[in-house]
Design a protein around this ligand. Structure first.
Ligand code: HGY
Ligand code: MN
Ligand code: MN
Length: 406
């Protein structure tokens, strides 16, 4: 019997989950372990239970919906992503992959198709890393890349501690992360970039994922009067930071595959008529090629040395560092074959964004499936993927899941 995703239900759930965690301005902001995150988690767990899945939570708050049909045995096929979001997010990033995993299980249940191995849908904690760093934290802990205790002790950008917040929202689970060993892992995600749309492809068969380097830079200058201090006597930390930002942008435009972003910055004392004494900002560097990513890091380090020679105090702290990842060729080929069988257009590609799949790939054969993002926009409330593209991607995931769970 053939199985098919209940597309209307998938779209409805995406919209319902996307309506949770709205802030006072109506912006979708479900940062890890906030009340907004709890709202989304509670809704997801309700849907998992309605599908008769065994819901388990581990100590870092990863949520597992386990389907163990009669006769199924062995390590599970795991289908996952995340439901935490950035600030003022779109409704598809992460949520699409988790809800599609649930939809796959429900489609198999409805068609009375029993896999020979269990299938688990998982929502990993703190994929975005906006409140607590590094990102992809829940999956990193699940594969032993960061100790659970160290992760729970992480202090957030708001001064809270992750472990305390998970307890507070009721998602500090009993299981040791890694309690479940994936036989294989597949993640369905919006591309969050422009490639599929520009090329008119329906599916991205993701072969690899670029390396990521996150740093916090603190530049110390001298506070002084904005009116009385001659320009030649200033030690303006704000101008120094601006020079770094301009340098990084220019550098990334001249190194193949490089991207560079300063996404957060703050000045001290942060007053209109005081020359900033301190500038604190974050740097996000990425490249699919590890050697070139190291060049980018070295170029930044050299620029900061020059600022020190000019008399600025400069410190930088590593916040996250993940090498590029190549996904499992067999699973990639399975995704490609399933896509072709559905006569959907596709291209193999690299992921520009970080994903939980890059962590699970450390312990199990893993790969990803992308669907197009309108105008390549993501981490933005205008993030959009058409219903037809969303349903097509979920049906490819269903076909891949059937092959990997028999
Ligand atoms: O930063 C990333 O690429 C992911 O969205 N956490
Ligand atoms: Mn994501
Ligand atoms: Mn994201």
């Amino acid at each position: 019997m053939s199985a098919a995703i209940d597309g209307a239900l998938l779209i409805a759930r995406l919209k319902e989950l996307g309506a949770t965690g709205r802030d006072a301005d109506g912006r979708l902001s479900r940062a890890a372990a906030t009340d907004a995150d709890r709202e989304g988690r509670d809704l997801l767990c309700c849907w998992l239970r309605e599908a008769d899945l065994q819901v388990e939570i581990d100590r870092i708050g990863n949520i597992y919906g386990i389907w163990q049909p009669e006769g199924a045995s062995g390590d599970p096929l795991v289908i996952g992503s995340h439901i935490d979001t950035v600030i003022n997010a779109g409704i598809y990033d992460g949520c699409y992959g988790v809800l599609s995993g649930l939809a796959v299980i429900e489609a198999l249940q409805a068609a009375n198709l029993r896999p020979t191995r269990p299938i688990v849908v998982v929502a990993f904690t703190n994929e975005e890393g906006v409140r607590y760093m590094p990102d992809m934290m829940g999956s990193l802990v699940a594969v032993g890349g960061l100790s659970t205790d160290a992760a729970l002790a992480t202090v957030g950008t708001d001064g809270t501690t992750l472990g305390v917040e998970l307890e507070r929202i009721g998602y500090a689970g009993p299981h040791e992360p890694g309690f479940l060993n994936p036989h294989a892992y597949v993640e369905l995600h919006i591309e969050q970039g422009p490639v599929l749309k520009i090329e008119g492809q329906a599916i991205g068969v993701v072969e690899n994922l670029q390396g990521i380097s996150w740093q916090k830079v603190t530049i110390g200058g001298t506070a002084n009067h904005a009116g009385t201090t001659p320009m030649r006597l200033r030690h303006d930390a704000g101008v120094a930071a601006a020079r770094v930002i301009a340098f990084l942008d220019q550098m990334a435009r001249n190194i193949e595959g490089a991207v560079a972003t300063v996404g957060t910055i703050r000045f001290e004392p942060n007053a209109i008529n005081v020359i900033p004494s301190v500038a604190i900002f974050t740097v996000d560097l990425r490249n699919p090629n590890e050697e070139r990513l190291k060049w980018q890091e070295k170029a930044l380090a050299s620029f900061l040395v020059e600022l020190k020679k000019e008399g600025f105090a400069v410190e930088n702290e590593e916040l996250a560092r993940f090498e590029p990842v190549t996904f499992n060729p067999t699973i990639v080929a399975t995704i490609e074959a399933c896509t072709a069988e559905r006569q959907l257009s596709f291209r193999r590609m690299t992921s520009g964004a970080g994903h939980d799949a890059q962590m699970i790939a450390r312990v199990a054969p893993s790969a990803m499936i992308f669907v197009p993002s309108k105008d390549g926009i993501s981490h933005n409330p205008t993030e959009f993927t058409s219903d037809a593209d969303l349903i097509a991607g979920a049906n490819v995931l269903l076909d891949v899941a059937r092959k990997l769970s028999q």
